[in-house]
Design a protein around this ligand. Structure first.
Ligand SMILES: [Mg+2]
Length: 150
């Protein structure tokens, strides 16, 4: 297994947002594959959603069988400032990969550690979210390629 740490944003990446909480298609499979690639201890949540709210969302997703049980126990990154500084995850930022839909959050000097993903959007009222979204599948391929090149 790798010692690379995968930092996942929540809103717009794994779910639409903290209010509507629609899971991105393929979420369960994505997380399970990430577990076998990185290990649970090397996956963390790096979000602007506060910890209590994250736990609440995670518990709901577990109850609905949309994520594995261990999702609620993932390391939650406490951070301050205007950027998601990867040093909050590990002092060696080159061990960290961050997945985010909002690049301005990432410091310019750390952009090489970012995998940008398109924002998973909340549907207009009375519509369904995009069930055909394939971004998590594409992301997994990118992660596999990166890990093989290490
Ligand atoms: Mg986001």
């Amino acid at each position: 297994m790798t010692d690379t740490i995968l930092a996942l944003d929540l809103e717009g990446v794994l779910v639409t947002n903290a209010i509507s909480q629609f899971p991105r298609p393929g979420l369960m499979q994505f997380l399970c594959q990430c577990e076998s690639l990185f290990g649970q201890d090397n996956i963390c949540i790096f979000t602007s959603v506060r910890e209590e709210k994250f736990k609440e969302i995670a518990n709901t997703l577990v109850r609905e069988n949309l994520v594995p049980d261990w999702f609620t126990k993932l390391r939650y990154i406490n951070w301050v400032g205007e950027h998601k500084d990867l040093r909050f995850v590990d002092e060696d930022i080159n061990k960290v990969i961050i997945v985010d839909d909002y690049p301005p959050y990432i410091k310019q000097t750390q952009k090489h550690r970012l995998i940008e993903i398109s924002q998973y959007l909340e549907p207009y009222s009375h519509e369904n979210p995009d069930f055909d979204d394939k971004e998590l599948e594409a992301l997994l391929l990118k992660l596999k390629i990166i890990l093989n090149h290490h």
